[in-house]
Design a protein around this ligand. Sequence first.
Ligand code: AGP
Length: 614
Amino acid sequence: MCGIIGYTGRRPAGPIVIEGLRRLEYRGYDSAGIALFDSDHELYVAKATGKLDNLDARVEGQLPPAVAGIGHTRWATHGAPTDGNAHPHLDPTGRVAVVHNGIVENFEALRRRFEAQGDRFISDTDTEVIAHLLAERLALGDDLAEAMRVTIPLLEGAQAIVAVSVDDPGRLVAARVGNAGGIVVGYGDGEHFVASDLAALLPHTRRVVFLDPGQIADVRLDGVSYLDAAGHALEKPIELQPFDPVAAVKGRYKHFMLKEIHEQPDVALDGVRGRYSTDPARIELPELAIDRTRLERIQRVVLVGMGTSMHSATVGRHYIERFARIPAEVDNAAEFRYREPVLDDRTLVISVAQSGETVDTLWAMEEARRAGCLQVAICNTPGSQATRVADATVFMRAGPEIAVASTKTMVGSMVALHALALHLGHLRGTLTPDQLSEQVTGALHIPSAIGDALLLEEAIEELAGRYAEYEDFLFLGRGLAYPMALEGALKLKEVSYIHAEGYAAGEMKHGPIALIDEHMPVVAVALDDDLHDKMRSNIEQVKARRGRVIALVTEGDTSLDGVADDVLALPRVLPALQPLVAVIPMQLLSYYIAVRRGADVDQPRNLAKTVTVE
Ligand code: AGP
């Protein structure tokens, strides 16, 4: 949560910082602010509540020709979204400016200490104490990097911080404390950057260094040095990132969400490329560089994630049980940590995370690390913390996902989980060559099947027009369609603000059926599989209570014609792979209903792309 950008170099810093914020706005958009060194090496600070456009309008024609600066786009934790609470925050003398992501859990005690000695605070944020603490150390003669190093142990909680000081214009000091979102340092030509994530750096450089927790980057015009918490110098090799900057722009699409929905055939293709081959059927996962005997010893699998990633993990649980025959469970990462899970070194923990920085998921991984579990991350973000903690990462290969609502990374993660489960099944001898061959062939067909599912777009746009005014929706599915029902409801809630619930269809008669009437449309996933007849009965139960049903069926299935109010036919794929096509109409329906209702599709209210607070 919150986007951070910093720049030092020979080009005017102002426009670079503002443009960087634009790429980070999806991380938080309550308010935004910048601090730039003007030509007298004093700080020029500007802030504005609301979207970045407000800040842009405020600074238009006024940006000083600065050589360095920092910027922040905020997702409020402490203090309402106001100009005063927007970052950067300054110390009382105005010499230090700080941008911050995370929570200073002991800020009240620190604030009281400063207030007792006469300092005045002008915001309600926890962040402002960091500026006071840094200024205190600078006044004692520390330089900015040392001041940061000494300040960090005084802060409770996980943080990512970037600070500048007028005593050292052109220098940025960045620190990562725990798992509150990343800090990445970018190396340009005669310039350096810091950012909360890679997306902000892509137009400028692909040469980057990620900070690990406890590390500090001292970024100057002529070079970057790194320190650990004890003040020892660190050597950190520069990595070359493969992300394509073009992927982070909207192109011909009105919204990133729509663009990302349409990228899914390519995401599925990238997901199978080089991993699946036929004649004979094979799965190659070279990134799973884990000793074979460790993989063979696994007795249990626990999958964790949040939101959409948890729904993918639920699909993954089916895959692990079905193909690798290992007992598997799935848990909401935020709950997992606090229920004292029973774990050991024969448990494989699979964490699913688009960002690789979701704090709930990182804490679950920490719990698994302490218990000595083997860990595999399913992740979309190279260099992210999840990829560093895990023993191995199977990447989603989805490219940057900018819309706050996840779409293409769900497809990327389900493809990766399918490959992982097949790999484990093959290794452990639980898959026959015929089963492997069937799954591999089926997976290779998925990119074109997703392409066919996207052909429903026009019909779904029309459907959205007829359903956009309803205020409550129910989504039902069984088996592998159950996580799709959960995902359909989540997508609709987050982008259109319509109340929606996802249920296992068998659960409906145990309570939710009381809600059914003509005012609550039901989206029923009734694809052709072993559970189809039971799903059909559930649909009949809804119809008997005057409910309106939108049914997702497999092409050629006419059994719900005249029963459901609307029927959308999806291409036939293997039953195990149905979630990969069933998710497409869910995403399109949410998108077009949200557009109809005039919602802010790419940046829904109250949300942030990467959730780095508990
Ligand atoms: C999805 O549309 C959401 N915005 C959200 O639930 C998301 O999936 C969740 O926060 C997990 O993020 P992660 O995959 O980056 O860990």
